[in-house]
Design a protein around this ligand. Structure first.
Ligand code: CA
Length: 226
């Protein structure tokens, strides 16, 4: 796992590299957009520290490319451009955080550690409830030792319900978050009810301890009821 420091100021790059290595990170440095591009493809890339003002390239363009190829890698922008609108452009382009030069190294380190905690902590690979297990990496679902075959939509639906376990979720929430339907005028109720009913058949039917429950007039809740 390594941090890529994209910075054309040689003295600053040296001190950043030294500081981050002392903090225990493996560090690669790119002083140009060209070199950065070749290093972005690394499979073990952990975080990118990106200077927006590069001699041969626009850091924002680089950021857009990185978001396409490595969407999960956190990007911390560092730049002398501190104006609010530029900060917003950077965050809109997909940066996770923003630090205006000059900054204290301790501040940088704290931000990096927070981003890494978030990127590794936000996505547990497995979600479980009672004997139900959903694995995000393999996109498989089991109850006890038995594998359950779900369609991609059923999988996404179950994943959303699991992330909101114990909370009643409305059809409106499911339409918005699982089906990505933004228009309030498109009724998804029937579609959702059909999927819920199929999902219930697959995860609950014939088993002791139903997990998927209807909350009349409101929506659905996934929880263990004893
Ligand atoms: Ca620069």
């Amino acid at each position: 796992m390594s941090i890529l420091v994209v910075e054309d100021d040689a003295a600053l790059a040296r001190s950043l590299t030294r500081g981050l290595r002392e903090a225990g990170f493996t560090v690669n440095h790119a002083g140009t957009g060209r070199l950065a591009r070749s290093l972005l493809a690394q499979p073990d890339l952990q975080l990118v520290l990106l200077d927006l003002g590069l001699p041969d390239d626009d850091g924002l363009k680089l950021l857009a490319e990185l978001r396409r190829t490595q969407p999960a890698v956190p990007v911390l922008i560092t730049t002398a451009r501190g104006r609010v609108e530029e900060r917003i452009v950077g965050l809109d382009a997909g940066a996770d955080d923003y630090l205006v030069k000059p900054y204290a190294f301790g501040e940088l380190l704290a931000r990096i550690q927070a981003l890494l905690r978030r990127s590794t902590g936000a996505q547990p690979v497995q979600q479980t409830l009672a004997d139900l297990t959903l694995d995000l990496r393999t996109r498989t679902v089991q109850r006890g030792a038995e594998a359950i075959e779900l369609t991609p939509r059923e999988f996404d639906l179950l994943r959303y319900l699991l992330e909101h376990r114990g909370q009643t979720v409305s059809r409106e929430m499911l339409a918005r978050e699982v089906w990505q339907v933004r228009s309030r005028f498109t009724s998804m109720d029937n579609v959702i009810d059909v999927h819920i009913s199929r999902l219930r058949d697959k995860i609950d039917k014939g088993r002791a301890g139903s997990l998927l429950h209807t909350v009349r007039g409101v929506g659905f809740v996934l929880e263990e009821r004893r």
